[in-house]
Design a protein around this ligand. Structure first.
Ligand SMILES: [Mg+2]
Length: 261
């Protein structure tokens, strides 16, 4: 890792803001494949569609009326959020039996209200995704959303055609497992792509993760994946920097600073 370069996080400067100058796409960890978190990384939802699906499903299935106050949602997974709500209500033991029904209700409600999804792309995300796609990178999403809900948001912002794989929380509650599954899928696709050219892929090919929370950094680390943290969710640049990602950005526009001026 070119640890001396601007914007790269070193243990000795963790928690401080390095000089921010002249970052470019070349500062991204080099990888044939990239996995993006959705909420706070690719986009931020400006609607209550996903939130209301939680509230309504949990109320109807478990009889718990919640506003999701004091529930850690950022960096959590949809299944993890339901677990946290039930545990707070002292009903954690009821989770499993009714979980399939609750998740189906959420998926159905979001599907029904899909036109109400109002998602805002994070700065320069479209440029970054288009550029990586043009470079032939394999792009995927790895998110705590349920699959159909995650793809609905991605579709709403017009990015669906750029992603060839996704890993979600339908059958994996922990982010570390969601990332592991995404990394496995990415390596499999890479291997198939290279096989078409009669080339052999490295079974340990680098898969770089991009996320907006300390949970993303920790889950990437647990999978030995390089991680880019971007402060476009609720966590500040300094918060993220203190968790020592490989690269920390205020937003993806940082990567285009060189060309813009
Ligand atoms: Mg996120």
């Amino acid at each position: 890792m070119p640890a001396h370069r601007d914007g790269w996080v070193l243990p000795e400067n963790s928690g401080t803001q390095p000089e921010r100058k002249g970052l470019s796409l070349r500062d991204l960890p080099a990888a044939p494949t990239y996995l993006f978190d959705i909420d706070g990384t690719l986009l931020n939802s400006r609607d209550g569609v996903h939130y209301n699906s939680f509230r309504n499903a949990i109320k109807q299935v478990y009889g718990v009326d919640t506003k999701l106050d004091n529930i850690p949602v950022h960096g959590n997974t949809d299944v993890g959020i339901i677990r946290a709500i039930l545990e707070k209500a002292g009903r954690g033991h009821e989770l499993e039996a009714e979980l399939p029904r609750a998740l189906d209700m959420m998926r159905n409600e979001v599907e029904k209200n899909i036109a109400g999804i109002n998602a805002e792309l994070c700065p320069s995300i479209r440029e970054l995704i288009e550029e990586l796609h043009a470079q032939g990178k394999i792009l995927g999403v790895a998110s705590g959303n349920l699959e159909s809900i995650g793809w609905a948001k991605i579709t709403a912002v017009g990015l669906r055609p750029f992603f060839s794989l996704g890993s979600f929380s339908d059958t994996r509650e922990r982010r570390v497992d969601i990332f592991r599954h995404g990394i496995e899928q990415a390596r499999k696709l890479l291997s198939e792509k290279l096989a078409e050219k009669h080339e052999t892929a490295n079974p340990d090919a680098v898969v770089c993760v991009v996320g907006d929370t300390p949970s993303d950094i920790l889950a990437a680390r647990a999978n030995n994946a390089p991680v880019v943290a971007v402060a476009t969710g609720i966590y500040s640049y300094d918060d993220l920097l203190s968790h020592q990602p490989d690269l920390c950005l205020h937003c993806c526009t940082d990567l285009f600073a060189e060309s813009s001026g």
